[in-house]
Design a protein around this ligand. Sequence first.
Ligand code: SF4
Length: 124
Amino acid sequence: MVTRDEDTPDYEALAAGLDQWRQVPTEVLRDVVMRRGLCLWGLWPAEEPDWDGCASSDRCLAARLCTGCPVIDQCLELDLRIAGQCTTGVWGALAEDDRRALHPVWQHHRQQHERTAQEGGPTP
Ligand code: SF4
């Protein structure tokens, strides 16, 4: 699982981590997130997250809101595919500004995989 914190995310590392999901069909990702996503079932952690210091940070709020969710990466991959630059709200433990910044890096990774596959080489 890709980890998030309150500092500026490493978009390159996030995109590389999400490469493992590139061959999973969107409908499968959607089904997994719908079945297991904490926020979609109201299955919040037993203890209220510590919101101190989060008042002015969407990044902090997103990270804490999704704490403990078992499908963070799948949720992020799904949002990047479906919403892309039009994303809003919280998905995959990232604030929307971070997901918009991640999107072109993620797209670049996918294009590289497609080019490599078309050339007949192994995709990392
Ligand atoms: S990662 Fe966050 S937004 Fe996505 S399903 Fe889990 S709790 Fe909800």
